[in-house]
Design a protein around this ligand. Sequence first.
Ligand SMILES: NC(=O)c1ccc[n+]([C@@H]2O[C@H](COP(=O)([O-])OP(=O)(O)OC[C@H]3O[C@@H](n4cnc5c(N)ncnc54)[C@H](O)[C@@H]3O)[C@@H](O)[C@H]2O)c1
Length: 217
Amino acid sequence: MINDTMKIPQATAKRLPLYYRFIQNLHASGKQRVSSAELSEAVKVDSATIRRDFSYFGALGKKGYGYNVNYLLTFFRKTLDQDELTKVALIGVGNLGTAFLNYNFLKNNNTKIQCAFDIAPEKKGKLIGDVPILPMDDMEEYISNENIPVAILTVPAPVAQMITDRLVKANVKGILNFTPARLNVPPSIRVHHIDLAVELQSLVYFLKHYPTQELEE
Ligand SMILES: NC(=O)c1ccc[n+]([C@@H]2O[C@H](COP(=O)([O-])OP(=O)(O)OC[C@H]3O[C@@H](n4cnc5c(N)ncnc54)[C@H](O)[C@@H]3O)[C@@H](O)[C@H]2O)c1
């Protein structure tokens, strides 16, 4: 998770995992330095934005040298708390939830879906991608005893708010909401809403109205 005390603009913070993944790959291939042009090509963010982003990280590229890969890797590890495993709970093991359980989030960063919950009795006790599916009755107790700070919500929209209220009681700090429901939460809880239909619509709109150059920001 990104350290709250750091003064990195939100738009920059959102690009951190993208940079981190690429820098990890560079490091693994033994590369010592990288130019903003190479980074730009790889992560599809224009190089002026990259230079501005990296100046927030205290990484000032040198002309003709670029950025030091080791420095960047250390910075991203620290900033994204890569040394610390963030536990995640998933609620709703249907089509979407099952796909997430089968996808190994640990491949790219240190978040791990530790447990899943579903109301369907036939799913109880099953393992999907090594993640156990537990009954909804146990949700609050399990999440709060295990100190799980993040939940992914993949339930039908009509029950999303009711489950969110329960997650808040269980001391969850962040919710990744895949349902179309708009969630009400206390100000201390962060909700990120991922609406695939809206994202798709927005992509189609941008393709129609903006030349590719302006798509990158
Ligand atoms: N499938 C997609 O491609 C997709 C894409 C974007 C958004 N979504 C949204 O994601 C959510 C899940 O979609 P899906 O296709 O996986 O649906 P689904 O019907 O396949 O799965 C929903 C799961 O939630 C469980 N559930 C129902 N009520 C519950 C409750 N009260 N407590 C706990 N679990 C409960 C069901 O047993 C089921 O396993 C929906 O809100 C949907 O709109 C789905």
